[in-house]
Write a protein of this length. Structure first.
Length: 144
């Protein structure tokens, strides 16, 4: 393992125990809007390119994260199953964030790890300003 990793039960415990823990949902905007961990910030590590129909690395990922999350914050990254959030965890640690952990199993789960929604944990459908990617990118001066 190249980065710290916890299961969804431990992620839920940490989020409940420390309201200052930041949950970064690195899924696409559409995935985020379809349901996410309450109070999550949406900073996609991959974005859909409408011209090619392909999912590509988000070149603004670290800039948006830097504008939204202090480097000394306790951070949990999550995605659909844990793969993209593992990449995000590595990037954030390399960028100088000190306490970043991947949530294995992600939002929907995988054969060997239950997901947040599978466990019956609370789900939010709000994509409000300040948490949705568009507003976070605007705060970073990217005006998406």
């Amino acid at each position: 393992m190249l980065y710290p990793e916890i299961d969804v039960d431990e992620a839920k415990r940490r989020l409940d125990a420390d309201p200052n823990t930041v949950f970064i949902d690195v899924r696409t905007e559409a995935e985020f809007e379809a349901g996410h961990v309450p109070n999550a910030l949406n900073i996609p590590i991959k974005i859909d390119n409408p011209a090619t129909g392909q999912r590509e690395s988000n070149p603004d990922f670290l800039a948006v994260a830097a504008a939204a999350v202090p480097k000394d914050a306790r951070v949990i990254c999550g995605c659909k199953t844990g793969g993209r959030s593992g990449m995000a965890t590595q990037l954030l640690l390399r960028a100088g964030y000190r306490d970043v952990t991947n949530m294995d199993g992600g939002f929907v789960g995988k054969p060997d790890a239950a997901g947040w929604s599978e466990q019956g944990y609370p789900i939010s459908f709000d994509a409000e300003d300040g948490r949705a990617y568009r507003s976070l990118a605007a705060r970073a001066g990217l005006g998406r």
